[in-house]
Design a protein around this ligand. Structure first.
Ligand code: TZP
Ligand code: MG
Length: 222
């Protein structure tokens, strides 16, 4: 069994930073990751949307090592094969990827499985199928994921977070200015791309987000 379950998983989901090479202003993913971890990121996701899988494997090995050393949850987006090859801590799938039951079947019990539901029904079904956490969004409008659809808003997030027993992170358009509302809606953390990856000072941008998330979680004794 993985050690990334229960309270440890919830802690790891506080500030979930997702890589995006296209937005990193030419800086390599490993550099972004190093700075984000120094600023307080608790989870890191390798999100590889374009380019050879061989290169993703190479980048992933470096991120894997960094996260292991730092005690940060390392998750691979979309690709179960890549997650397995990298011995990632987790894999994150959406409605167009392998479904949660098949993902679980492939990765076994030792890997964290995250899922992005679009509806409450999908959220409940994913929980029943063994998903460990959910990513709900886009909470706010975002241009980072063109196919993400319109913003679902805080009420949708609150509805799902209130209905499932597994932890929920909010994603989409989240910044230090609006992250507290995401936590207050019931999320255990926030997942961000542009707020960190596009920042000139990645470490400082991460630190500010972490401060806001920690303060909002402290309001409910977490
Ligand atoms: N899934 C839903 S919205 C989104 C993803 C991957 C993009 C999040 O990026 P940003 O820049 O934090 O809005
Ligand atoms: Mg996906």
């Amino acid at each position: 069994m993985t050690t990334w379950r229960g309270a440890r998983l919830r802690e790891a989901l506080r500030l979930y930073v997702i890589t995006d090479r296209a937005l990193a202003r030419g800086r390599p993913d490993i550099e972004i990751a190093r700075e984000a971890i120094a600023g307080g990121a608790t989870a890191l996701q390798l999100r590889w949307k374009a380019g050879p899988l061989r290169e993703a494997l190479q980048v992933g090995h470096a991120l894997r090592a960094l996260c292991r050393e730092a005690g940060v949850l390392f998750v691979v987006n979309d690709r179960v094969d890549l997650a397995l090859a990298l011995e990632a801590d987790g894999v994150h799938v959406g409605v167009s990827d392998l479904p949660v039951p098949e993902t679980r079947k492939l990765v076994g019990e030792s890997m964290v499985v995250g899922f992005s539901p679009e509806t409450l029904e999908q959220a409940l079904a994913a929980e029943a199928a063994g998903a460990d956490y959910l990513g709900v969004g886009p909470v706010y409008p975002t241009t980072t994921k063109p196919d993400a659809g319109p913003a679902v808003g805080l009420e949708h997030l609150a509805q799902i977070a209130g209905a499932v027993g597994i932890p929920v992170v909010g994603i989409g358009g989240i910044t230090a200015a609006n992250a507290a509302a995401v936590i207050r809606a019931g999320a255990v953390g926030v997942a961000v791309i542009s707020a960190v990856v596009c920042a000139e000072d990645v470490r400082e941008a991460t630190r500010q987000l972490r401060e806001v998330v920690d303060a909002a979680l402290a309001e409910r004794g977490q």
